[in-house]
Design a protein around this ligand. Sequence first.
Ligand SMILES: [Zn+2]
Length: 69
Amino acid sequence: MSKKREKNKKSFICIDCDEETTDYYRISTNKGYITKCAKCYELWMSRMVRSNSIIQNPHSRNSNLEYDD
Ligand SMILES: [Zn+2]
């Protein structure tokens, strides 16, 4: 049994910052799988949440009209 296995941790290149990372996330998109490092993944997630709330805003505006404050 060799101890060299410990060095065989797979690393990927983050598509956002182009840095090699072993702390990565794989995300499936319509173009296939993309790999982001943990940092960029968190940034991307917070961006997704923001854009989702932008999409939801017109709906909440419509429902606000019903209350007619
Ligand atoms: Zn990155």
